[in-house]
Design a protein around this ligand. Sequence first.
Ligand code: URA
Length: 227
Amino acid sequence: MKPEDTEPQGGGKRPQDHTGNNLTGARTLSSLQELRAAVNECKRCPLWKAATQGVPGEGLVPSALMLVGEGPGDSEDLRGQPFVGPAGGVLDQALHAAGLDRRSVYISNAVKHFKFESRGKRRLHIKPSTGEIEACRWWLAEELRLVGPKLVMALGATAARAILGQPVTVSQTRGVPTRLSASAHLWVTIHPSLLLRITDEAQRHKEFDRFVQELKDALAWIAKNPS
Ligand code: URA
């Protein structure tokens, strides 16, 4: 059992993380079917207040490959599913080009609630803070335990930070598998939303192809490394 899993008895002071977030709402899951309800009850950081709902990971369980993004965007917040907006469209295309689809992997996020600022009627995504990433690591750890991946692909620096518990530079770590545990490795790559921001078409195609190749390489790595 993880230390935060026990609530203090007799009205004692609740445990807090280093940013002062109350570490309430953490519980050990018996299956990932409990994750949606658990993240919807979670108040370990303030993001639940403005979000429509929590967005748990979804896909194949157990799965050799687990993809982790940053956090839900506007569409994900409304639908309660990860990667169903514009970045999800790019991810689906890349998975397809690599011979995969989202049902053949497990897809989740470092943070399970949408963080945004309102601009008129639009809700603009904001990067989660270190404290929010730390608070949500509980659920990511539960997903890792229950999905049991051989390879975890961190889509971008926030995901890599959440998995490793320390800051990571994507360009320095990209594509080199590093050991996470006795049974799992980490592979850091770009977040697919980066591809949406490249305005030069030739450059965008080049980066998309590189991302697809990485997904293929990750699959080949899994096949070559039977745990
Ligand atoms: N970006 C993410 O990191 N995750 C999503 O689910 C959608 C967009």
